[in-house]
Ligand binder design. Structure first.
Ligand code: PEP
Length: 238
């Protein structure tokens, strides 16, 4: 199982270091067997720890160059970062990254061997139009992506469930995960208002290989609770 924390625009360099210290200690003293991946803000990037992979929430699809306000692979290399989140709904819908930009990012980082956490998911109006509409939407998001890329991890994150407290039902998750796995047999995480109280239930669903968590991961204590919850499920699911 992968338990991934998206810290978004939260935490400073110092508080990220404290966060990672606490989580690392927790993992090492509590026999956590799942994989912890943390995406801090760019200003707090730092090398991965023994038991925690540190990834980038975003980067420009270039090693370096004239892309004001962006960081590229050279800046990530400085910290040994080899994992990146691409296609998160906040980048698609708030920052305005279209399918073309997302594809260029995917191709660039796949070409240099990064592990890519690639997010897909539908907005509310598509969800309300029914399952076929949801899958048509998701199919468009992955249509130009090389789904056979070996370091690809997919994340199903319905936009209406992100940061809203509304989690998809188990039925929704099962149905969409099964359909995505039929198209791309890759590790597939669920994301959208996951919290310690619903982690075990979600992780125990067929086709769920982990969770990508925003809000409930921002305090290290909460993130450790997510890892604790996943331990229960991992032991029975393996
Ligand atoms: C996310 O941003 O990837 C996410 C799933 O956020 P939240 O857990 O807050 O819904």
């Amino acid at each position: 199982m992968i338990i991934a924390a998206n810290l978004k625009t939260n935490h400073t360099r110092r508080s990220t270091a404290e966060y990672l210290d606490k989580v690392e200690r927790y993992i090492e003293t509590n026999e956590i067997i799942d994989r912890a991946v943390v995406f801090p803000p760019s200003s707090a990037l730092t090398p991965s720890r023994r038991t925690i992979t540190v990834g980038a929430q975003n980067a420009y699809h270039a090693s370096n160059g004239s892309f004001t306000g962006e960081i590229g692979a050279d800046q990530l290399d400085e910290f040994g970062i080899k994992t990146i989140l691409i296609g998160h709904s906040e980048r698609r819908h708030i920052i305005g990254e279209g399918l073309d930009v997302v594809k260029r990012k995917f191709d660039f980082f796949a070409n240099i061997g990064y592990e890519i956490f690639f997010c897909v998911g539908e907005p509310l109006e598509i969800k309300e139009a029914g399952f076929d509409a949801v899958m048509t939407y998701i199919n468009k998001q992955i249509a130009d992506i090389n789904l056979t890329y070996e370091n690809l991890v997919l994340a199903y994150e319905p936009v209406w469930a992100i940061g809203t407290g509304k989690t998809a039902t188990s039925g929704d998750i099962l149905e969409v995960h099964k359909a995505i796995k039929n198209i791309a047999p890759k590790l597939l995480l669920y994301g959208g208002s996951v919290k310690p109280e619903n982690t075990a239930e979600i992780l125990s669903l067929e086709g769920v290989d982990g969770v990508l968590v925003g809000t409930a991961s921002w305090h290290s204590e909460n993130y450790c609770r997510l890892l604790e919850e996943s331990k229960k499920v991992s032991r029975s699911k393996v």
